[in-house]
Design a protein around this ligand. Structure first.
Ligand code: GDP
Length: 478
């Protein structure tokens, strides 16, 4: 058995949620009390006695869940569909009940066998059935089956379209153990399903194409999709322009975000002007990695630099430079162009650079391989001992330089605090001051030792465990 009593409030909040709903007087409070083994709800035959939502924790066969009694608040069957805007208390409590139903992992739809099928039951069931998000997680429970000969009566509820009703008697507790078994089983299935979905979503590499107008984003998108034919977007076969396009590549799913915003067709159908560059950055939020498309036949501008800053400094996304229109360049000297580009952006020399021509298709096929590599690097995870070893080696090679302080600073701890993208803390003494160039030196050593191509790295300096300064490569340009 779990020791719920000793669980912290936060832990209780992470338990799955089961909500009881149904018209007034079907026995929601009685069932709630029976399952939580507490007599905390005011049980009455008078319609609408319980006006607030009760929440309790239920423990059953090594599992636990939160149970909420929506307490007759959902008698208004329109509630599931209508927007609640009124501010009176009644509406607010109804809104709360609706929120619980939305959040719930499982809904118990309770009906009253003795009273029989009522119009309100049908209306509420209809509202639930209308929306998949509710229907898929609802089980039908027929209450007040106080004696065996009432069992056949439950068949009338089949009409509700919510599956076979599960008979119980909340008042006597009969069959409630079996109901709990069923609930725990369903929650377990639900949890596994959710976990698989989350893992799948997590493993998708989310990429977005950014760049000034006319640099060739749309052409590049077409070239990538034309080259890589295995498009698995759920929306691919609809007439609508897909928002995202999923590509299966070397066993991985790469999602190109906001493809509708990039393609010309999408822009025309929406009747919008070509979106401004900063506007198009909206899609960056949902991405892990940005392909910054540059027109190599044109000089770099302030806008390009601004975009890099937005990508790596403001949003800490991984970055790949795509130098497009390579076919237009006469002097195809990659070394010269690389020096030129990195010279303009010394704070992003860790981002790979690929020369391509979206028009001829030259080197476009290389892009997805680089995407896979960069996405992998972003997930770098160093154990505490690896980090410590690294820090000791670095300090041995080059002792920390003195900042404003009078004595050389001492690094007490170097530790990874986040992955995807990696972030580290550098803990120094309370009166120490570490020069930013040392942090940059550490970052460079880190990049030498581990493959961090394309990935921004964050280093936070902490003093006495309090955050003191955040090192930002942009602010400390060479
Ligand atoms: P977007 O605004 O960034 O989506 O740019 P488009 O994809 O619409 O391209 C703008 C113009 O550049 C179009 O006329 C394209 O045909 C042209 N273009 C795109 N990529 C290339 C390329 O690799 N080489 C050449 N020569 N032209 C290109």
């Amino acid at each position: 058995m779990l020791i719920i009593k000793f669980m912290k409030k936060e832990d209780k909040n992470t338990l799955p949620l089961v909500a009881i709903c149904g018209r007034t007087n079907v026995g929601k409070s009685t069932l709630f009390n029976c399952l939580t083994e507490k007599n905390q709800a005011l049980v009455s035959d008078i319609s609408g006695t319980t006006r607030d939502c009760n929440i309790g924790v239920v423990e059953w066969s090594n599992s636990a869940f939160n149970l909420v009694d929506t307490a007759g608040l959902l008698e208004d069957y329109y509630l599931l569909e209508k927007k609640i805007t009124e501010v009176d208390i009644e509406s607010q409590t109804q809104k709360q009940a609706k929120n619980y139903l939305e959040k719930a992992d499982l809904i118990i739809f309770l009906v009253d066998t003795k009273a029989g099928l009522m119009q309100e039951d049908s209306k509420l069931a209809k509202a639930i059935n209308k929306q998949k998000k509710y229907r898929d997680k609802t089980i039908l429970v027929a209450n007040k089956v106080d004696s065996y000969n009432l069992s056949p009566e439950t068949a009338q509820f089949n009409k509700l379209g919510l599956g076979e009703p599960f008979p119980v008697s909340a008042a006597s507790g009969s069959q409630t153990g079996d109901l709990l078994d069923k609930i725990v089983n369903l929650l377990d299935k639900h949890r596994k399903h959710k976990k698989t979905e989350e893992d799948e979503e997590e493993s998708i590499i989310k990429v977005c194409l950014v760049g000034k107008p006319n640099v060739g984003k749309s052409s590049l998108l077409n070239a990538i999709l034309g080259y890589e034919r295995v498009i698995v977007s759920p929306e691919a076969h609809t007439t609508r322009e897909p928002q995202h396009t999923d590509i299966k590549y070397k066993e991985k799913t790469i999602r190109i975000i906001d493809t509708a915003g990039i393609s010309k067709k999408g822009q025309k159908t929406k009747g919008l002007e070509k979106p401004g560059i900063l506007k198009s950055l909206g899609s960056l939020e949902k991405a892990d990695l940005a392909l910054l498309v540059l027109d190599i036949s044109d000089p770099l501008t302030h806008q390009d630099l601004k975009l890099v800053e937005e990508i790596v400094v403001e949003r800490r996304k991984s970055l790949i430079f795509i130098a497009n229109k390579w076919d237009l360049v006469e002097e195809r000297d990659t070394k010269k162009w690389t020096d030129y580009l990195y010279g303009k952006m010394p704070f992003a020399t860790w981002a790979p650079l690929q020369f391509i021509s979206a028009k001829t298709g030259e080197k476009v096929s290389k892009i997805l391989d680089i995407v896979l590599e960069v996405a992998e690097n972003r997930k770098l995870k160093l154990s505490d001992s690896q980090s410590e070893k690294f820090m000791k080696r670095v300090v041995k090679v080059h002792r920390p330089a003195k900042g404003k302080g009078t004595k050389p600073p001492r690094i007490y701890e170097f530790k990874q605090i986040k992955s995807n993208p990696p972030a580290f803390i550098v803990r120094i003494g309370p009166n120490d001051n570490l020069h930013f160039s040392y942090i940059r030196f550490m970052e460079n050593r880190l990049r030498e030792q581990y493959n961090l191509l394309g990935t921004p790295v964050k280093m936070k300096i902490t003093q006495n465990k309090k955050t003191h300064t955040t090192y930002s490569p942009q602010k400390n340009k060479k």
